[in-house]
Design a protein around this ligand. Structure first.
Ligand SMILES: [Zn+2]
Length: 269
């Protein structure tokens, strides 16, 4: 009877540890490993903002990258070979989004598939009566099941042109943050008052972008952001990190909300 009772307590104890403490314990152990100098050099050359971060944020980014590389699986598609340059470029840009946030924001991300170039996807749509098929060319995509797909040529473009319009890695991982509350609606998880402000300001800015496009005016943001609110958030995120001065000038309230969400102001670097 005593052995039986001890076994029950042991199982309960183990379950509690596994459910609530194991992940933190494993991450603490992972972070005790030294951060390889070759990784630091790759971050310096592949993530332009890295060298401009203050030392505390740079250390935080190193830690996030270390956990990212330990926990997420990379797969090369169509014969593409994933090496440290690929891993550090993707992890460095992805973790830039959460450099001042918690690594747990990426808990649900489990795999990254990398194609050598833009790739073709066959899309089948049905409205109940008509089934239509189309071939789409994609630079990347994110799924709510924790998968991110990237085209390496597009990743390279973002890495070499830090002030360009596009950065597919920032874009797709912004979608992952949007999925955190279970819906891809352009609003990541926010507290009460912040959520209200977000809803009001972002709806207004989104409609303003759509209005500019309808009236053939030069849009203040990549027009792809006008396709749906989820894309609006992803495109805004690219602009926030790549062209913060432009975004702040055009939409100061949107810029402020993004600073609050990312807990970081790129213009202070
Ligand atoms: Zn997107």
């Amino acid at each position: 009877m005593l052995i039986y009772t001890l076994c029950v307590f042991a199982v309960i104890g183990f379950s509690v540890f596994y459910l609530f403490f194991y992940r933190g314990w494993r991450r603490d152990r992972q972070l005790q490993e030294p951060f390889p100098e070759s990784w630091r050099q790759l971050l310096e050359s592949r993530v332009p903002l890295y060298s401009r971060l203050p030392i505390d944020l740079r250390n935080q980014l190193d830690q996030h990258v270390q956990l990212f590389l330990a926990e997420k699986s990379f797969y090369g598609c169509d014969g593409f070979e994933v090496d440290d340059t690929v891993r550090l470029t993707v992890a460095g840009h992805a973790c830039l989004l959460i450099v001042a946030r918690n690594f747990s924001d990426f808990d649900e991300v489990n795999s990254i598939l990398v194609y050598p170039d833009t790739y073709r996807v066959r899309e089948v749509e049905s409205d109940g009566l008509v089934v239509s098929e189309s071939n789409q060319i994609r630079a990347g995509e994110a799924s709510s099941r924790g998968q991110v797909v990237l085209a390496w040529t597009e990743c390279e473009e973002g890495a070499v042109d830090p002030k360009g319009h596009h950065n597919v890695i920032l874009h797709e991982f912004a979608h992952q943050l949007d999925y955190l509350d279970g819906t891809a609606d352009g609003a990541p998880p926010l507290s009460g008052e912040q959520a209200q402000q977000w809803q009001k300001t972002m709806t207004h800015a989104y409609e303003h972008l759509r209005h500019s496009l309808r009236h053939h005016q030069k849009p203040w943001l990549d027009p792809y952001g006008a396709t749906e609110p989820a894309e609006f958030f992803a495109v805004l995120t690219e602009a926030f990190f790549q062209q913060p001065d432009h975004l702040k000038q055009e939409q100061p309230q949107v810029y402020k909300l993004l600073c609050d969400f990312y807990r970081f102001d790129p213009l202070t670097l």
